[in-house]
Design a protein around this ligand. Structure first.
Ligand code: ZN
Length: 249
């Protein structure tokens, strides 16, 4: 038997094991990162091929910081429009299967580090967005809300009719996470009977800490090594969309 077919066999075994964990669980929590969206065509900020290795005038962490947003709103939106806002992206099999698991009453929450809204687009309702969403935008002066399409169509930095600067409801570098979202995430994790983590190496705060709150079996689906590999009950080093595409609800 060739090495390739052995690898395929191992993956099949892992998928069957994942399926059996899912079948016997009732309070699954999914915790996802950038890798969940890469199969929908959204680049991973931290991967080898991601934004960090491309050439820009400023580093992405600088351009996506709160102080830069205030001091260089035009540059911020130049980068944001081109590299962060992906309004055309569509959910992939991972998003779709997670939405089905929720509808079947087996999954209690999706906790995501992504800001693209693809879980909701797939039909998930209980989505805890640790870093906010590109779909919500508001005026910093009067609070008026704006559609993502308004922000996308603006030339340069979008301005409110009151003259205020419009910002996306996303957590920028230097900003704190919403404590209400964190609290709900912690509660769901404590109550979970199965935690599936996908598309994240669990190195960005507060992901690694959050994941340790759960005392249930941990399944890690990620192409590369994560900070929690040793704690995992099952480790699958595959693309998450391909894995979930083979799961039945
Ligand atoms: Zn305003």
């Amino acid at each position: 038997m060739s090495r390739i077919s052995k690898g395929v066999d191992r993956t099949m075994d892992s998928i069957q094991e994942l399926q059996s964990y899912i079948d016997k669980s009732e309070r699954i929590v999914f915790f996802g990162g950038a890798g969940v969206s890469t199969e929908s065509g959204i680049p991973d900020f931290r991967s080898v091929d991601g934004l960090y290795n491309q050439k820009y005038k400023y580093r992405p962490e600088t351009m996506l910081s709160y102080s830069f947003f205030l001091s260089h709103p035009e540059d911020f939106y130049g980068f944001y429009h081109e590299k962060v806002m992906h309004l055309e992206a569509k959910p992939n099999p991972a998003h779709e299967k997670l939405a089905e698991l929720e509808k079947a009453g087996k999954l209690t929450a999706v906790i995501t580090q992504n800001i693209d809204g693809l879980h909701q687009a797939a039909g998930s309702e209980n989505v805890l967005e640790l870093h906010g969403s590109i779909w919500r935008n508001y005026c910093m002066k009067c609070g008026k809300r704006y559609e993502a399409s308004f922000v996308a169509e603006a030339v340069g930095a979008p301005r409110c009719e009151c003259g205020g600067l419009i910002r996306p409801d996303v957590v920028l570098y230097e900003e704190a996470l919403d404590p209400r979202v964190l609290e709900q995430a912690e509660r769901r994790l404590r109550e979970a009977d199965l935690l599936i983590v996908g598309g994240t190496s669990l190195v960005v705060y507060p992901a690694a800490g959050l994941v340790t709150l759960c005392k249930c079996p941990l399944i890690l689906i990620n192409k590369s090594e994560t900070s929690q590999d040793r704690r995992a009950s099952l480790l699958i080093k595959e693309n998450i969309g391909a894995v979930f595409g083979q799961i039945s609800v």
